[in-house]
Design a protein around this ligand. Structure first.
Ligand code: C2E
Ligand code: CA
Ligand code: CA
Length: 963
């Protein structure tokens, strides 16, 4: 707002004495009346004058305000153009034209808008060449003595690059604005302050008449440049935008909107300076009013004779420059408008008899004047009120802006504003809520792209939504995961809106984010509750069907079976009825927990009704689902349990349906599992039933074998067969491997493949293995004592046995009890057995070695032993697996592997024995490649002890190479 200072001049003080001569004393009586009349006349005259004076000043102020407003509008337009370049530094000539055209139409008193570009000397040729594509004769120009000439070389030029309208301003296009004095000082001030700044008056280059004009300049800095001080601003300058005016035209056009210009007695002068002097006269109209009123000299004040001979001088500001406007009205003699009154006055002195009438007439007239004055005063007050209202409206706008700002500052939502310029869309503002919500301070984030809020989580749909909205410059909305400065996640709902200028160009985006983490958590909880049983936290029927469908899909993809297991607790009702519901609930929770522990993490455990649970089990890698899996689950449920001081064991009945054989939809599979479960209940509880009858047969066999296996040792149903091991050099038997057999009372002879795994799963392998060790050692010792030679007996050791704490002790005690020297016992271990816990295995093996026994690695080549590990084990013998020996004569790979195993073993000072040798060709190959020993059907099958004794007595041997 410009400050308007109104100073009235002392014209009214100018007065001169006037001589009056006394008239006839006879008229003295009338004089009293005349004095009264004069007093009335003077007072009403004074009031009228005050009124006219106030009205004049008010009018002048309104004109000044009009001028100031129009000028402010023009400067606002300049700011808009400048902002346009800030937002879009590569604004084209056409865009400039499009943007300025409506402005030029709206403000006809603007001579032109232009854009001055700073061009360095080095850039000049390229710059000129570029513009010549369009304006063939273009060159940077400067002012010469005879007018425009091609500019000489200077370090830099401030070239008029864009100018609108071109017509009439051709002379300026390409001109180096700094080559003329008119703008230099104003430009410097403008660059330093960053504000629009007016030049003084000077004759513009394109001017053909004598008029003078001026420019308002606004600097343009390099995008994102630091502008903290004057030196930085000077460095960052890349050009400026300007608006040019013809001073005279400007004022004429603006003031023609008011009647002032048409009033013949009013004169106006405008100076581009704080004090009125001719050098800075921008505009003048009418004759300047002389302050001397020579016709009116006397003792009476001039206002009595003249209407408003006033001068008002007002200050205003034009883009940083102080200007002055002077408005004056020529004095008008009072009698010109009121000579009747004057005659009446004279008449009254002559016609005393009419004095009363005159007084009456005068007083009635003054009443009328008084009324008029009141009327005009009211009008003035009204227009004053209007002016005040305008000011109030502006204040309110400012107030609203303040409210808006404090609302943003105190908003609970994070609000931030980003630039709309690609590719950075840099953040320019964040409110305190943003800082609180994200943990980043404003300083951390200003100038950055907001993508740091997503960290590595950039591929969210929400992020894509926002990116699309930004690219198409429209509003957007998204729900996204954001990450605080400390890395913690939070959910936000974000609204995104473009901010446009008057021309509809998007220059910023405003983003508002609302933290919805708590909602999300609540939603997740609801979702969890929707899918889970409240009491146990297990899946409910809804979730079960989902999981089952997924498991089926997964099973189809990987051709794995899926087991649907229906579990019903036996006699649960009894617990509930006798101990109460509380105890019943605790029991269900405990069982639910046990079930969950008993299955794999990716399996599903669901509770459907009070005591009915359903499992969905999948196969994982080589871990096949077997009856043993079910027994494991059953025994987990049946672990002793204590609830409210009562100990009991919860048994259950299990029914199993298998995808795909028993059905391929969740409903059918569940129904079949239930049917199987009821069958299990019918056949005496604590029982497992498969839906498919064939599976039941297998399960039955296994169950039966398991039961029988427990008794086999007691019933002495195991026996050992021995298979000779022959030295390939001498051809003589040097040892034998003890292999177990089970003589089942009804199933006949059962090979180890059918029961060793079961024995391992049930833990029965420990007593069985101990029996083998005892029997083999005792047998060997017996043969030695019988004079059948000192052979070595090899015994297979299961991983379960190896893991027993007292394995070393128990081997030692077997040796001691049998009386067999340790060197005649060989223990066969598998690779996987020693590789599970290498350090522990090395310790145990060392202890066994310490006893003096021999150690061998069975099935060598099928596991994953590496040479480096092998070196660390105290191993005496490698047993090449049958699978290599089988193909030794047909598969060159296998043949090569066997050769390399032999040379590897020899280099580690181990012996090599090949097992499963069935043909002469295999034997010959092994002999050729210096294998130490062999074992296989070619020489002998495993045979009962008495048959083995016969072989020994016959002294059976292999033909050797020498033989
Ligand atoms: P293994 O330790 O690899 O035993 C060698 C197996 O190969 C024996 O099968 C044997 O009969 C068979 N065999 C021997 N020569 C030939 C041949 O020329 N051709 C063919 N095709 N096979 C031959 P068996 O006796 O059925 O034993 C099978 C597996 O049972 C053994 O494999 C061993 O892992 C395990 N086993 C046997 N007895 C015991 C024992 O007392 N304790 C433990 N833990 N496992 C045992
Ligand atoms: Ca073996
Ligand atoms: Ca073997």
């Amino acid at each position: 707002m410009p400050r308007i200072h109104i100073a009235t001049d002392g014209v009214r003080n100018v007065s001169k004495r006037k001589h009056f001569s006394a008239f006839i004393p006879a008229l003295l009586a009338l004089l009293t009346g005349l004095i009264v009349t004069s007093a009335w006349f003077a007072s009403s005259r004074h009031l009228e004058h005050e009124k006219i004076d106030a009205s004049f000043k008010q009018n002048a102020a309104i004109h000044l305000q009009t001028f100031q407003n129009e000028l402010d509008n023009a400067i606002m337009a300049l700011r808009a153009i400048n902002q346009l370049f800030v937002v879009n530094p590569s604004l084209s000539r056409e865009q400039f034209l499009v943007f300025t055209r409506p402005l030029l139409e709206r403000y006809p008193y603007i001579l032109n808008f232009d854009f001055h570009r700073i061009v360095s000397h080095a850039e000049r040729p390229a710059f000129e060449a570029e513009i010549r594509k369009r304006y063939p004769n273009f060159a940077i120009m400067e002012a010469g003595e005879q007018g425009r000439i091609t500019a000489g070389s200077r370090p830099r030029y401030r070239v008029v690059d864009y100018i609108e309208p071109m017509q009439g301003n051709e002379a300026v296009f390409g001109f180096d604005a700094d080559s003329q004095d008119g703008q230099t000082a104003a430009m410097q001030r403008s660059v330093d302050s960053g504000q629009p700044t007016a030049t003084g008056l000077y004759r513009l280059l394109q001017e053909k008449s004598n008029q003078r004009g001026f420019l308002v300049l606004m600097p343009l800095y390099r995008p994102n440049a630091n502008l903290h001080d004057v030196a930085a601003r000077r460095r960052a300058l890349i050009g400026d935008t300007a608006v040019a005016f013809r001073a005279g035209d400007l004022l004429r056009q603006i003031l023609s909107k008011t009647q002032l210009l048409n009033a013949p007695d009013i004169s106006i002068s405008v100076y581009a300076n704080a004090t009125p002097d001719e050098k800075h006269l921008a505009f003048s109209k009418g004759n300047k009013v002389s302050k001397d009123i020579s016709a009116n000299e006397g003792v009476l004040p001039h206002w009595l004779f003249y209407n408003q001979p006033e001068t008002v001088a007002m200050q205003l500001e034009v883009a940083g420059n102080p200007w002055q406007m002077t408005v004056s009205a020529a004095p008008e003699p009072f009698y010109r408008a009121n000579n009747n009154a004057l005659y009446a006055l004279i008449m009254s002195t002559l016609l005393s008899i009419l004095a009363a009438a005159y007084v009456y007439a005068l007083s009635s007239r003054s009443r009328r004047i008084q009324l008029l004055v009141n009327l005009r005063t009211a009008e003035l007050q009204l227009s004053n009120q209007k002016l005040n209202d305008d000011i109030e409206a502006r204040k309110q706008t400012e107030h609203r802006l303040q409210i808006l700002e404090s609302a943003v500052q105190s908003s609970a939502n994070a609000i931030f504003i980003t630039s709309a310029s690609a590719p950075d869309y840099a953040i320019e503002f964040v409110n305190p809520a943003f800082e609180r919500m994200t943990g980043y301070t404003a300083a951390d984030v200003i100038g950055r792209n907001l993508r740091f809020l997503f960290r590595d989580d950039q591929h969210q749909n929400g992020v894509k939504n926002i990116q699309e909205a930004v690219r198409s410059r429209r509003e957007g909305h998204a729900v996204m995961r954001n990450y605080r400065k400390d890395g913690t996640l939070f959910w936000v709902e974000t609204y995104f809106a473009p901010v446009k200028d008057e021309a509809g160009q998007v220059h910023h985006f405003v983003v508002s984010s609302h933290d919805i983490t708590a909602n999300k958590r609540y939603q997740a909880e609801l979702e969890f509750q929707a899918g889970h049983d409240v009491l146990t936290g297990l899946a409910n029927r809804n979730l079960l069907d989902d999981c089952l469908s997924q498991a089926i899909a997964h099973g189809t993809r990987h051709t794995h079976p899926v087991w649907v297991v229906s579990i019903d607790l036996d006699r649960f009702k009894f617990v509930n009825d006798t101990l109460g519901h509380k105890a019943g609930d605790m029991l269900l929770q405990a069982i639910g927990h046990r079930l969950q522990m008993a299955v794999q993490e990716s399996d599903t455990v669901a509770r459907l009704s009070a005591d009915q649970f359903v499992l969905v089990l999948q196969e994982h890698g080589d871990d096949h689902l077997t009856l043993a899996t079910m027994q494991h689950i059953m025994s987990a449920v049946a672990q002793p349990l204590s609830i409210q001081g009562h100990n009991f064991q919860q048994k259950c009945s299990i029914g199993i349906a298998i995808y795909p054989t028993d059905g391929d939809t969740p409903e059918i599979l569940r129904k079949h599992a239930d049917i199987a479960m009821y069958r299990a209940k019918e056949s005496g509880r604590n029982n497992i039933q498969f839906f498919a009858a064939s599976m039941n047969a297998q399960a039955l066999e296994r169950l039966r074998l398991e039961d029988d296996l427990r008794n086999a040792l007691e019933h002495d149903e195991f026996l050992l067969h021995y298979q000779p091991q022959v030295d390939l050099c001498s051809g003589h038997i040097v040892g034998m491997e003890a292999l177990i057999r089970w003589q089942h009372p009804s199933l006949g002879m059962i090979p180890p493949d059918r029961f060793i795994k079961l024995a391992e799963e049930t833990g029965l392998i420990v007593p069985i293995g101990a029996w083998v060790m005892r029997t083999a050692c005792a047998q060997n010792r017996a043969w030695q004592l019988a004079g059948l030679g000192y052979l070595r007996v090899a015994v297979n050791l299961s991983a379960i046995q190896f893991a027993q704490q007292d394995i070393v002790k128990s081997v030692a005690s077997v040796l001691e009890q049998s009386g067999l020297a340790a060197q005649y016992l060989e223990i066969e271990l598998t690779e996987s057995l020693v590789m599970t816990d290498v350090e522990q295995a090395i310790g145990i093996l060392r202890e066994l070695k310490g006893l003096g026994v021999q150690l061998s690695i069975d099935d060598f080549g099928t596991g994953y032993s590496s040479l480096s590990y092998l070196k660390r084990f105290p191993i005496d013998v490698l047993k090449i697996d049958q699978s290599f020996v089988r193909d030794i004569t047909v598969d060159p790979d296998d043949a090569a592997i066997v050769v390399s195993i032999i040379s590897l073993a020899h280099s580690l000072r181990m012996h090599v024995i090949a097992e499963g040798v069935e043909t002469a060709a295999q034997l010959a190959y092994l002999q050729r490649n210096h294998c130490d020993q062999m074992q296989g059907y070619y020489f002998s099958r495993p045979v009962p002890a008495n048959e083995f004794e016969l072989i020994l007595r016959q002294n059976k041997s292999l033909p050797t190479e020498d033989a």
